[in-house]
Design a binder for this molecule. Structure first.
Ligand SMILES: C[S@@+](CC[C@H](N)C(=O)[O-])C[C@H]1O[C@@H](n2cnc3c(N)ncnc32)[C@H](O)[C@@H]1O
Length: 219
């Protein structure tokens, strides 16, 4: 099967910038109590319902968020499109499993996961592909399983030809929470929590509102 150009571009872009991305964003969570609150609430909801459940973070990058959730007691692994990111995450978090993979075709059987996290990774999915990706998330989650999404708010796309001094071709699709909620509903999810916050003053990320959202797979 021929791979979509957005996957090739995203993979090679993050392969090129893995190290500076890690250095720039490794402390992001420390500066964002509201994001930590959503992550903590998500972790508690998952363990309350499936104490021994397994989870995956798709688009785990250098693994900061995977490691944070692991530290909250979750049995979580990471999956990322970029082999350089996977190698970096393995090196930085040797106690956690990280594998190369694509969020639209996960290496997980039907109903096998208690939770799935996509933290600032669906931003690289072209909007027309989002329904298929949410259907894949639905497939791998157990009934009642929980989904946590983080993304930038908007309805435009930011394109980078250059990042950290490297030539890349990376698209960042901003998303409206109402649009995401409607797509999740169509895929069989019920949104149970939503946070929209101002950008953290010290953050290196683009200065626009940031959303996180927790959804539950309807039986
Ligand atoms: C902005 S980074 C976020 C990394 C991490 N979640 C964090 O918050 O630091 C986006 C990550 O998603 C990965 N990614 C993008 N599209 C993907 C896809 N279709 N499947 C798996 N990973 C993907 C990229 O390689 C990159 O590491």
């Amino acid at each position: 099967m021929v791979e979509s150009s957005h996957l090739r571009d995203t993979r090679s872009g993050y392969d090129a910038i893995a190290l500076p991305y890690d250095a720039t964003f490794r402390a992001e969570l420390a500066d964002s109590p509201l994001d930590r609150a959503m992550l903590a609430g998500f972790a508690e909801l998952v363990t309350g319902r499936h104490p021994d459940g397994r989870l995956v973070e798709v688009g785990s990058g250098p693994g900061h968020v995977t490691a944070h959730l692991h530290g909250l007691g979750l049995e979580i692994r990471g999956v990322d499109l970029s082999p350089a990111m996977v190698e970096l995450a393995r090196r930085e978090h040797p106690g956690i499993t990280f594998d190369a993979g694509e969020m639209g075709a996960l290496d997980a059987s039907d109903g096998s996961l208690a939770g799935l996290v996509a933290w600032y990774s669906i931003i690289h999915v072209p909007p027309a592909r989002l329904p298929a990706v949410f259907t894949e998330f639905h497939r791998v989650l157990v009934d009642g399983g929980l989904l946590l999404l983080g993304f930038q708010v908007g309805d435009d796309v930011l394109h980078f030809d250059e990042a950290f001094g490297h030539q890349v071709s990376l698209d960042f699709h901003r998303l409206e929470p109402a649009t995401v909620t409607a797509l999740l509903d169509e895929a069989g999810f019920e949104v149970i929590a939503q946070l929209v916050r101002a950008p953290a003053p010290a953050s290196a990320a683009t200065k626009i509102p940031q959303a996180s959202l927790i959804a539950r797979k309807r039986p």
